[in-house]
Design a protein around this ligand. Structure first.
Ligand code: PMP
Length: 284
């Protein structure tokens, strides 16, 4: 059963109500995380909690929960919902206060969380995604996982409108690819893996970090953290996207053009296999 948590109380989702003057509603003044649950266990939760703290620090939202508490709430949600395979969403907003742009005094952050059943899209992982490119119109602090997602929403909708699976964004000023609408993006060319460096233009994905720190070195591949153009991506041998939801999913087509052979590439497949082994080790 889908379930929620708001400021200390476990609740069913249809009974939850949030104050109309929560700054998340009025300004998108907050941050969020999505974590995956496999076999009733949280995967890579420590990395998500660390990123959550960083996002809060960058926005000067005070931290009101210890990691141990947040971890316990994750496990309570899993237990109360009975969900074994799913995703937990949590967000902190700056709090509730009469609407005014500057930070209000004496405001306490609101924490809300939901759990839903879901599993990775195995068919897409096997067959790959077809993507389009679109201009990255987001703000200049994409390293913060803020609630402001309109750029990402419009990018994803553009893919839906075109009947494809995803969107890869590029900055118009320099014609460089940044990332997907809710994923990091990689290409493979001449045996090297390329991806955008972690600066203010992309989110430092947990999945990206796991690949870079634990999986890619183990498999003996080399990564260059360097931005590239959409035209360069079209000449790649392989491409793939990573996120908590996608894990590692091959990208087989961009703007109607095949990448490599137009089928999932061997490096993307090897990375996915190794990622799933890590999930097995941590959660089963
Ligand atoms: N970039 C963006 C814009 C995202 O929304 C996400 C998904 N949270 C990612 C990258 C991938 O991050 P992660 O691997 O932590 O899910």
């Amino acid at each position: 059963m889908d379930y929620g948590f708001f400021n200390g109380q476990f609740i069913s989702l249809d009974s939850a109500s949030v104050n109309l003057e929560d700054r998340g509603y009025q300004f998108g003044d907050g941050i969020y995380e999505v974590t995956r649950v496999y076999n009733g266990k949280c995967f890579a939760l420590d990395r998500h909690l660390a990123r959550c703290r960083r996002s809060m620090r960058e926005l000067r939202i005070p931290i009101t929960y210890m990691d141990e508490e947040l971890t316990a709430i994750h496990y309570d949600l899993i237990e109360k919902s009975g969900i074994k395979d799913g995703a937990i969403y949590f967000q902190f907003t700056r709090g509730t206060s009469k609407r005014t742009h500057a930070f209000p005094d004496q405001v306490i952050p609101n924490l809300s969380m939901t759990i839903h059943e879901s599993t990775p899209n195995a068919e897409q992982q096997k067959n790959g995604m077809r993507c389009i490119t679109c201009e990255d119109i987001r703000w200049l602090r994409c390293d913060i996982k803020s609630l402001n997602l309109l750029g990402n929403v419009l990018a994803k909708q553009a893919a839906h409108d075109k009947g494809v699976d995803g969107t890869i964004q590029f900055r118009k000023d320099n014609n460089l690819i940044t990332e997907g609408s809710s994923s990091n993006f990689f290409i493979v060319k001449d045996g090297l893996i390329w991806t955008h460096p972690t600066d203010n233009y992309i989110l430092k994905g947990v999945t990206r970090s796991i690949l870079m720190e634990e999986i890619i070195p183990k498999l003996g591949y080399t990564v260059v953290e360097k931005a590239f153009t959409p035209e360069f991506a079209l000449t790649a041998d392989e491409a793939f996207a990573t996120s908590t939801s996608l894990e590692v999913t091959p990208v087989i087509e961009i703007d109607g053009q095949k990448i490599g052979t137009g089928t999932p590439g061997p490096i993307a497949k090897a990375l996915l296999e190794e990622y799933q082994k890590l999930v097995q080790k941590e959660c089963y």
